[in-house]
Write a protein that binds this ligand. Structure first.
Ligand SMILES: O=P(O)(O)O[C@@H]1C[C@H](O)[C@@H](CO)O1
Length: 294
């Protein structure tokens, strides 16, 4: 890692301080919206919103379906901040830049991070339109050293060698399933393993077969670095993948995936994802945040 890629604690703090000077909201929950899922922010009450281009230190969104707005507001009595648009490694951002908002959220006092994404299914039981509760992930870039935690460790955020077992909170996963039953959408939902690949191209058939053999249920191009950084600084994490396509695994299959199709499934399922997230945020317990990274 080059030193120019480093981000100091002060840099995160400056952005957090700027945001706190611009809004009275003090969020307990942060939500990162995946491709086509930006409408999650629309349900927030008493909104204050900021274009990423106006926030000091924030990277810019370059991908269609990622509006590039940070929205603060209330959801079911909880104070939230929502990223309408995330940053991906394939856009050319350093991994520290892609995860910059997560540490800012920690400094704002957030204690729980919701991550959502669009993903392709490798599992026979996951169809387009289904929603996978992320039980665990395989961080392929991370396995070869492309990890936002590489470089000098910032002890104020967390330890040099953080554990990642249990990084997707079990209680929240169980509560989400309970809520899905009550909403009558349990048939769309199951738990599974998400794998992050670098993108931006979708998988070759050989790559898809490899991922399938490795036990991956859904594949996408984000999320894992955010979750690694969140877990490092002690945030509780809940994750959802909206399955937008089946990954092509057969040379006889003439289907092929495209980003417009991914966004379209996002639009079709937006209401259900919104309901699930809203109910879960409403019903989950928030611990008193000691904000020990500040
Ligand atoms: O931000 P997410 O992970 O939801 O976006 C997925 C992966 C690519 O960015 C894009 C492909 O359509 O959607």
């Amino acid at each position: 890692m080059h030193s120019k890629d480093q981000i100091s604690h002060d840099d995160y703090q400056k952005t957090a301080d700027w945001l706190m000077s611009q809004t009275k909201h003090r969020p307990q929950v942060a939500i990162i919206c995946g491709s086509g899922l930006g409408m999650l922010a629309d349900t927030l009450k008493c909104q204050d919103s900021f274009a990423y281009s106006d926030i000091p230190g924030f990277p810019q969104s370059t991908v269609q379906g990622h509006a590039g707005r940070l929205v603060f507001g209330e959801l079911k009595g909880k104070s939230c901040v929502c990223m309408q648009g995330r940053f991906h490694m394939y856009e050319g951002h350093s991994l520290l830049k892609t995860t910059f908002p997560v540490r800012v959220f920690k400094l704002l006092g957030v204690e729980t991070l919701f991550v959502t994404n669009a993903a392709g299914s490798l599992a026979d039981g996951l169809q387009p339109g289904d929603i996978m509760i992320i039980k665990d992930h395989v961080n392929f870039p991370g396995l070869v050293g492309l990890n936002p935690l590489c470089g000098p460790n910032d002890d104020k955020f967390g330890p040099r060698f953080p554990a990642m077992s249990g990084c997707y909170d079990k209680n929240l996963r169980c509560l989400a399933m309970e809520i899905a039953k009550q909403l009558g959408v349990a048939g769309l939902m199951q738990e599974g393993v998400y794998a992050m690949v670098g993108g931006p191209n979708f998988e070759t058939i050989a790559e898809a077969r490899l991922l399938h053999r490795l036990g991956v249920d859904a594949v996408g191009m984000s999320t894992a670095p955010e979750v690694v950084v969140a877990t490092h600084c002690g945030l509780r994490v809940f994750g959802l993948s909206l399955i937008t396509n089946k990954v092509v695994k057969s040379y006889e299959d003439l289907d092929s995936v495209n980003h417009e199709g991914v966004l379209e499934v996002g639009r079709l399922r937006s209401h259900t994802v919104q309901q699930l997230v809203t109910e879960l945020i409403g019903r989950m317990e928030i611990n008193n945040n000691t904000n020990n990274a500040a």
